[in-house]
Design a protein around this ligand. Sequence first.
Ligand code: FAD
Length: 415
Amino acid sequence: MGLPKNTYDVIVIGGGASGMMAAVVAGKRGKRVLLIEKNKRLGEKIRISGGGRCNILNTEEDTRKFLSNFGEADKFLFSPFAQFGVKETREFFESNGLPLMEEEHNRAFPKSESAEDVVHFFEKLLREYKVEVRKNIEVHELVKRSGRITRVRAGMHEFAAESIVLATGGVSHPETGSSGEGFEWLKKLGHDVQEPKPTVVPLKVEEKWIRNMSGNSLPDAKITFALGKERKFSVRGRILFTHFGLSGPTILNSAAKVQDLLHEGLVWAHIDIFPDIDLGALDVKVQEIFEANKNKNVRNVFKELLPPGTADVLAKRFPHIDEEIKVHSVTKEQRKGIVEFLKNVPLVISGLMEADRAVIADGGVPLSEIDTKTMKSKVIKNLFITGDLFNITRPTGGYSFQLCWTSGYVAGMNV
Ligand SMILES: Cc1cc2nc3c(=O)[nH]c(=O)nc-3n(C[C@H](O)[C@H](O)[C@H](O)COP(=O)(O)OP(=O)(O)OC[C@H]3O[C@@H](n4cnc5c(N)ncnc54)[C@H](O)[C@@H]3O)c2cc1C
């Protein structure tokens, strides 16, 4: 005999990465599954991920090494990763028709380089496993009785199920639908939810001129963070300029350490645009270019040396020199000043962007309150929790989605 209307084996709340995974896996097991998503489309955050390319996972297959990126959460994650780790995830995508490719730092993307394709991939499987998908309806209440969720209320509708998977995401980029209500429900249900705090997030800088380079980047620069005059740590990689300051993976992954420095005092960022050569070698390079372009003005000459979109702006900041001056009029001291500037563009860090601009915000349910063999809550008997709802520190590079695939899979297998 079938189940009564609006009654299911499983209700998954949230049609993002981890929710779709859980729904597909439960559907494949023959469960009658309802997936509820408040947006008109599934997977809005997937669509904007990885700059529209979706860094779908990190290919590090050594689980110990992989989990060393998850801070203190690592010990709780061995069990779910033993069930569905990186290797299994890769096979899952590729054997179901989404070929992947790998780039530096073990980052994997769909071969098509289209994040949309990841959403289409899940839509196809949801159809195949007969998951009922209801979009454009928002869950507003989970009703608890005798330690279980007995009803899910969404607008005018009421649904019931044996198991509930909560996959409503965290608080980053709320325009994608993850606006934090999951945290509020979990608090009310008795979980100890840590306040969300952005950890992987762009940096704001004091200098207003930086916004003139917004959208442009330095492909391989070194950035040294200093507390006053004391140099604290350096990182190297692509630096992206935004309207408010700095972004790109190197910056995002430095944000938590910069946050700590900001508690202690004034934080400087010193950007070295040519980290592979020293001052002397860069001076020789500039002299050669000056020699070949004596009658050009300084600004135009630096278009040969600096990435597009940055030369004009940086030339305006060269110390003691007018950008329109002809190269033949530049004195040796002025040239040396330019070279020193290119090896050390100083900026004052005024803070971190807010949680809404974060790629990852810490906060959420501690894994100690979850049975991580099943992803079931230890507080509510029939509630499973996945993805960004957990309080887990992690860097960029495909680690977040992997956590969604693994937790979604394990929840889907245990509902
Ligand atoms: C700009 C950006 C780029 C990123 N790029 C990458 C990347 O390349 N690689 C990587 O590994 N990670 C990346 N991340 C992180 C990754 O996107 C998240 O970790 C992941 O999407 C979290 O998935 P989730 O299933 O937990 O929640 P989400 O994807 O946030 O999905 C939650 C869903 O629940 C729905 N929902 C919420 N409340 C309700 C409600 N009341 N009723 C019904 N539905 C509801 C939401 O609308 C949403 O669709 C990026 C994040 C951002 C912000």
